[in-house]
Design a protein around this ligand. Sequence first.
Ligand SMILES: [Zn+2]
Length: 206
Amino acid sequence: MTVNEARYILTVPRFQRAEAVANAVLADLGYPEPPIDLLRVADLLDCRVRYDTLRGPEGYTLRHHAQYFICVATDVDGYSPEVIRRKQNWTLGHELGHVLLHWDIPWNSTLDLERIPAELESVLEVEAHWCASRLLMPDYVFQSLDDVIPELLADKCGVNIAAATKRLKNLSWIVRERLQALTDLPLERVPAYFDFVGELPEKIWR
Ligand SMILES: [Zn+2]
């Protein structure tokens, strides 16, 4: 089969599928506490992970028979060690997303990957990012108002602030209801309130 055949004509990302697959993996691991150790996910999927100088890409995945090899770049410059560690963790989550979601496309060599049409590749990338986001910041980690502050969520889940901010823009209805019950302030205004007052807005019981 080639990636151009009908089953791989994807024009929109399958967000629900990406989330469901991430949730299934976390269920298998017993819903671990954040920060989620992605090396446990890699073990579960029988992926070998290596950290190496890649001179360009942040990471990539190759397959040899049933074995996946994920390589994560160590030559990530211009950031603090903690930011680099979190970027590498995100890259690992992204590559695990490809393994989980895109196991039925050719991965055997970089040449195979270059044959993937650009339009399809951009959809696959969005799906892998979505899966990484759900592996590292699943619905169940959102338990208190701390979790709607991007910096606090980022620290709790071991991700960078940009990833935490984006995740917070895509909270499910169930999570929103759970957190909104904790405060009278509209949820979107909690970070600004926290910045200004220095404490989280409590629920005012009347
Ligand atoms: Zn990718």
